[in-house]
Design a protein around this ligand. Structure first.
Ligand SMILES: [Fe+2]
Length: 399
């Protein structure tokens, strides 16, 4: 068979092979996977990604890679390759098609977004920040943005809200991942910037603390947060690393943070209200048992907001009628390749909801890139603090 055909087939198969294993990884990490299985999956996916030739040799059952991979016809391929290569080819074509299609539908300018702007803060390079304990490998990576925080300011038009909600602002923090690899000074500076925004409400959508050694940071970092109408939170999958999450909730409660997991909290604002609820699925609780519908006393012109760690809960939120959903977890992918964008995004939807603003039938979800991460590496994907301001069309607006 013509060598040129193989030269075309194998790169495409390689693309499909990588897409297949990364897709598997993303879906696996969107579920409540036991820690041991998660670690094993990291290893398996890593090995599979880096060892395609080895994998193919195993599949081929032959020692001579030339006769295994370069036969005269497809029919002469060993049975393992005869099955695996077409799967990879199909996956490559589907991946490219989905990527091209989603580029058009997901990166739209949602009608709900009236205006947006951003403000960048560079708190120093990883190698120069004092007290940093990031592994030296990460310090050496050029362009690592782990200490460059971007405030994403969005003015939202959620039509039909009571005019008393006009101008109300919500600061959205997510994925602080206190684990000591990113230094405490950075988080304190971020919190100072959040306080400077003077948001009415602050929300934190999970993955707050990864390591017991950073327990004191709840006091020295998070307790500095200020918001006149309250600070609300849900936990994320990494918070399970703190063995006793009840103790974590108690500590957060002691500094004035209010948990909204599986319950409603109502914030009266003038003659209107904001109703906040939380969903910590699939890692904690059973939101569908506790929060079955919007609150009975909610008026049509009130705002109902869901805090959730995983953006995968948006379909649940839309069914219940939440106008606004705030999520984190996917970190924007942390590494965004030129043209391709993010690759790793632990969601049932893969990279679809890696970060950004999404709208369907007037219901909006904002997925934060998060303030930090388990690993101190970010390329083309700076940490994010969100600032949402309610603007646009209001019910009974005064003339
Ligand atoms: Fe996270």
């Amino acid at each position: 068979m013509n060598t040129g055909i193989w030269i075309a087939v194998y790169p495409l198969a390689l693309l499909g092979h990588m897409a297949l294993w990364i897709a598997l990884f993303n879906r696996l990490h969107a579920t409540n996977t036991p820690v041991l299985l998660r670690k094993v999956s990291y290893l398996l996916v890593g090995l599979a990604l880096m060892n395609l030739p080895l994998l193919l040799v195993v599949f081929s059952g032959k020692n001579d890679w030339r006769t295994a991979f370069w036969p005269e016809s497809f029919g002469q391929l060993p049975i393992g390759l005869l099955i695996y290569i077409p799967i990879c080819l199909v996956f490559a074509v589907v991946t490219v098609a989905v990527w091209l299609f989603r580029k058009r539908i997901d990166h739209q300018n949602p009608r709900a977004l009236l205006s947006s702007s951003s403000e960048d803060f560079d708190f120093g390079s990883v190698s120069r920040v004092k007290n940093d304990s990031a592994p030296s490998l990460f310090k050496r990576i050029p362009g690592n943005q782990i200490y460059r925080c971007r405030i994403e300011k969005r003015e939202l038009n959620l039509p039909g809200l009571h005019h008393d909600l006009q101008g109300i602002s919500i600061a959205h923090l997510s994925d602080t991942h206190f684990n000591g690899r990113v230094c405490r000074d950075y988080f304190q500076k971020v919190i100072d910037q959040v306080n400077r925004l003077s948001a009415d409400i602050v929300v934190l959508t999970g993955d707050i603390i990864d390591a017991e050694e950073c327990w004191e940071w709840i006091q020295s970092v998070l307790a500095r947060l200020r918001a006149p109408r309250g600070i609300y939170y849900v936990l994320g999958n990494h918070d399970r690393k703190i063995k006793d999450t009840d103790r974590l909730r108690e500590a957060l409660g002691a500094i004035g943070f209010q948990c909204v997991a599986d319950r409603w909290r109502t914030i009266p604002i003038g003659e209107s209200r904001i109703h906040l609820a939380g969903n910590e699925l699939p890692w904690f609780g059973k939101a569908i048992d506790q929060v079955r519908s919007l609150p009975d006393n909610a008026n049509d012109d009130d705002l109902c907001v869901l805090l959730t760690h995983s953006p995968d809960q948006w379909s649940w939120a839309r069914r219940l009628g939440f106008q606004l959903t705030l999520a984190g977890h996917t970190h924007g992918g942390q590494i965004r390749l030129p043209v391709v964008g993010p690759i790793i995004s632990p969601s049932r939807h893969g990279v679809k909801y890696a970060s950004g603003i999404f709208e369907r039938d007037g219901q909006v979800m904002i997925v934060s890139r998060g303030i930090s991460g388990e690993e101190p590496i970010r390329l083309n994907c700076p940490p994010e603090v969100g600032l949402i301001t309610l603007g646009g069309l209001f019910e009974n607006a005064p003339q």
